[in-house]
Design a protein around this ligand. Sequence first.
Ligand code: ATP
Ligand code: MG
Length: 138
Amino acid sequence: MTERTLAIIKPDAVGRHVAGAIMQRIEDEGFQIRAMRRIHLARREAEGFYAVHRERPFFHSLTEFMSSGPAIVLVLEAPDAIRKWRTLMGATDPAKADAGTLRKQFAESIERNATHGSDAADTAAYEIGYFFAGVELI
Ligand code: ATP
Ligand code: MG
C-alpha cells in the first residue's frame, strides 16, 4: 500500500553538507519526494515536535540540537514508506546501526543522528501536518 512518512534531515547532516547525499539515497531507494522545505526550527517548535519525549532526560539537549541550525523536512511516499524509511535510516544509535544505513554512514552520535522518521501511521499523519498544509501535498 502506498504510504507517506515524514522525514527530517537533521541540523548535524545539513551542517556537514551531506543533505544532498542523503536525498540522492532517498531517490535511489525508490521514494518519491512529495514535499520538501528547509527550515530553522525555533526552540518551541522543536519542543512541540518532540513533545512525546518531554519527560526523557535528553529532551532539553535534543530540542537544543534540533533548533541549532537549518534542517530539511520532507514527505516521502512509497509502498510501506514508514517501515522502509526507518530501515534505511538504521538504529537510533549509529554504533548499533547496520552497515549500509544512513545513520551508520552519516550520524555522529545517538543524538546527532542525521535523520528522523515517523514511527507509525498515526504519528506520520501528525508529523506531516505539523510541517505541511494539505494543499502542498496534492
Ligand atoms: P527519530 O524519532 O528522530 O526518528 P528514533 O525514532 O530512532 O528517532 P526516538 O527514541 O524517537 O528515536 O528518539 C528521538 C531522538 O532523540 C533520536 O533520534 C535522537 O536524536 C534523540 N535521542 C534518542 N535517545 C537518545 C539518548 N539516549 N540520548 C540522546 N539523544 C537521544
Ligand atoms: Mg522516534
